[in-house]
Write a protein that binds this ligand. Structure first.
Ligand SMILES: [Fe+2]
Ligand SMILES: [Fe+2]
Length: 263
């Protein structure tokens, strides 16, 4: 029996205020997080396509069930982010919305190319590189301040809680089908560079539209925790199963289970 719960949740963003008028020190996190949302409708379907191919080779039924639930969770994530992203594009409007869409198209093109042309070994290493980095970030945000100042309401705490919940899946698939530590670090690091380069493009586009400079601020406590968590993923002994889970995550997950049941 899998420990992963699939929660079909749809948040409404139609009347959501997009308040980007935050103090300078909060601007990098705000734009980085909105940039992350912009990537989701392309990154998460790519992970789902990768897992669909991986499933044909997975011989462990418990892992196969985790993979199916992982993919369903990611499916609900990106559908909500697509709706939030439409609100973000509307907020900027005109040429900025078109520029955001051009970056989205380039990202989709990359991921479709990876699905068509790259090996399963590469694609599962990419998936694990992304999931390990995201889990490091999600654990830090659960431990610190969360996402209160980021537009999108509860999409962030729901998504990050489920990223923590399914943190072992991409790692286990990689371990089952590939296993090489050196390849995990090499392709994982490249995948993180590739993914973050798109976050930077989205953030720069929105920053230029706002006409505000990005301040060079020291890392806040949450960012320092995220960096420390991330560096641990490079260890040959790294296994997301061993990570301590901050207080409150299981309560959050239980709350979203109820929300999904009630909807
Ligand atoms: Fe996700
Ligand atoms: Fe994920």
């Amino acid at each position: 029996m899998s420990d992963i719960t699939v929660r079909k949740i749809r948040f409404s963003f139609e009347d959501l205020p997009i308040d980007l008028d935050v103090p300078d020190a909060q601007l990098p996190k705000l734009l980085g997080t909105l940039g992350l949302s912009m990537t989701m409708p392309y990154l998460e379907p790519y992970l789902i396509r990768t897992m669909k191919v991986a499933l044909k080779r997975i011989e462990d039924e418990a892992l196969a069930e985790d993979v199916r639930r992982f993919s369903q969770q990611e499916g609900h994530h990106y559908r909500n982010h697509a709706n939030l992203n439409a609100r973000i594009r509307d907020h900027f409007g005109g040429p900025v919305a078109a520029e955001l869409q051009a970056i989205e198209a380039a990202l989709e093109d990359d991921y479709q190319r990876f699905t068509r042309g790259k090996s399963l070994r590469f694609n599962v290493a990419y998936a694990e590189g992304f999931e390990a980095m995201t889990c490091a970030f999600a654990l830090a945000s659960a431990e610190h301040d969360g996402f209160e100042e980021i537009p999108g309401g509860e999409i962030w705490s729901w998504h990050m809680a489920e990223e923590i919940e399914h943190r072992t899946v991409a790692f286990d698939v990689y371990d089952h089908l590939v296993g090489s530590y050196a390849y995990r670090v090499a392709v994982g690091t490249w995948s993180q560079w590739h993914y973050l380069s798109y976050i930077r493009r989205f953030a720069r586009c929105m920053q230029q539209a706002l006409g505000r400079p990005l301040p060079r601020a020291p890392l806040d406590p949450a960012a320092r925790t995220a960096l420390r968590n991330y560096l641990r993923t490079w260890s040959p002994r790294y296994n997301p199963r061993d990570l301590p889970i901050p207080e409150g995550v299981s309560e959050l997950l239980a709350r979203y289970t109820e929300m999904a049941r009630a909807s």
